[in-house]
Design a protein. Structure first.
Length: 277
């Protein structure tokens, strides 16, 4: 019987496939079932600890740079307005995941002409004054933004995206090795991977954050219809680019989905209003 001889490339591909199969078993979900969320399975091969540490480092660096420029706002009427909204929303996060109520929630407001906001892993919230001022946001609309961004953190989308990139990079490498791909072919493979994996997942995450965020805001007693008016305002600003090649759904698509969600979350909003009276 002749021994089976494998080329170095075959051994490399076989090893990579074994690693990939291991990755595919690293699936789970970060939240509980709720009115809005489908609680889909997520690929989570990057540890939560890794993402949390990176987030804290970035948050500290961001704040230090803003403080140095005199742009870090941690008090005053505008800060208090956003902080009050956060204080109403954070107690609702336990609906989606128990551990999130124990996160060390923090808020900073950066006085910068930027239409943006984000919530990092572990509950570190950043708002920019440009978002509030340029769009002339109501409290309900601020809650819609905050709910969306908090939902990214609750669903650990950053961790999921990092995991996808690790797995996706391996898939491209395996595909190139199997096909004997040259540099040009590898570029095509990378482009295909981006269109087939990275962008759709990112758009899916954005839609998911819209839906979870809508429920979160409604449970905190903020009008869910404000999410639609928010995106009407965003649409007038002009986001540019077709939805197909964007990591964010087109404003019209978002508004249609948010409108379809209204009957699900309206009872939560009504119940929250009764509680607050």
């Amino acid at each position: 019987m002749h021994p089976i001889c494998l080329s170095k490339r075959s051994v490399s591909v076989a090893a990579s496939l074994a690693v990939l199969l291991g990755m595919l078993t690293a699936c789970g979900t970060t939240t509980k079932s709720s009115v809005a969320g489908s609680n889909r399975s997520q690929l989570l091969i990057v540890s939560a600890d890794t993402v949390n540490k990176s987030s804290l480092q970035y948050y500290a660096q961001q704040n230090a740079e803003a403080r140095q420029k005199g742009e870090l706002v941690t008090s005053g009427a505008e800060y208090n307005r956003v902080y009050t909204i956060m204080q109403r929303m954070v107690p609702q996060v336990g609906v989606f995941r128990d551990d999130a109520t124990a996160w060390k929630w923090e808020l900073v407001l950066i006085n910068e002409d930027t239409v943006n906001a984000h919530v990092m892993a572990g509950g570190k919230i950043t708002f920019y004054t440009g978002l509030i001022r340029k769009l002339n946001l109501t409290d309900d609309e601020i809650a819609a933004v905050m709910g969306h961004e908090i939902s990214h953190a609750l669903r650990e989308h950053t961790r999921e995206k990092m995991s996808q990139q690790q797995a996706g990079g391996l898939v491209v490498g395996i595909g190139g090795a199997l096909l004997g791909a040259g540099q040009a072919s590898m570029q095509v493979a990378n482009m295909a991977k981006s269109l087939a994996l990275d962008l759709p997942f990112s758009r899916g995450m954005e839609t998911e954050a819209d839906e979870y965020g809508l429920e979160l805001a409604a449970r905190a007693g903020y009008n869910p219809k404000a999410a639609i008016s928010l995106w009407e305002k965003m649409g007038k600003l002009g986001s540019g680019g077709p939805g197909f090649l964007s990591t964010h759904p087109a404003p019209a698509d978002r508004m249609a989905n948010l409108a379809a969600m209204q009957p699900k979350v309206q009872p939560l909003y009504d119940a929250a209003l009764k509680t607050r009276r």
